[in-house]
Write a protein that binds this ligand. Sequence first.
Ligand code: TMP
Ligand code: ASP
Length: 237
Amino acid sequence: MEKRDLLYTGKAKSVYATDDADRVVILYRNDTSAFDGKKVEQLDRKGMVNNKFNAFIMDKLAAAGIATHHEKLLSPTESLVKRLEMIPVECVVRNFAAGSLVRRLGVEEGIALNPPTFELFLKNDALGDPMINEAHAISFGWATAEQLAEMQQQTLKINEILSELFLAGGMLLVDFKLEFGLFKGKVTLGDEFSPDGCRLWDRETRKKLDKDRFRQGLGGVVEAYEEVAQRLGVNLD
Ligand code: TMP
Ligand code: ASP
């Protein structure tokens, strides 16, 4: 496999072509962004931690029968993945109220949500990733009804798998965001799963162990990500 031209630069990752038209390389950078790119900083080791963390989670999901784009780690900061045609709709599941849900509905942070909620957001930084519903996604052609049903089913199954995994490490999976794409027409999990795109609290103290430490200027961001990795048994060496 040969790494070729830069195809796309996101806020935290860059995507490179390879000599295989169906495979791309994802480079995890140290750039850390929040508020739709309005706050950006470089955090040492973050690219490496998220790359290895994501590989660990994607392997767990694949073992549980989820179709993911992940193929293998190539270096501390690079992974080889299937090239997906991305669906520009973000799937968010919440097990406890936090973040934009608290701001939108004026509810108290930390309230348990039974059953977990499922929300869709349009991936569009310029618009601040607005919340959308299925009718918007279908009518504007961002996804079909069948694809949305598959994305919801996969996201809720992933929530069950990962909530249990994090609980075993003494953590609550508060909420998370997933992105899907199509690989040869099949809905496939893409992007990443790392503490950049989810909320994780210590089960007992409710200490925040995710990107809210960066958003809220709490410090110890990468140290918290490393603690999460260590609690799950992710090898960061
Ligand atoms: P929210 O509370 O800001 O709506 O976010 C819910 C969860 O989804 C939280 O863990 C952060 C994650 N998320 C992203 O990482 N990127 C996004 O663009 C969105 C909308 C959510
Ligand atoms: N990841 C998104 C961004 O960088 C959303 C966020 O984390 O606030 O803006």
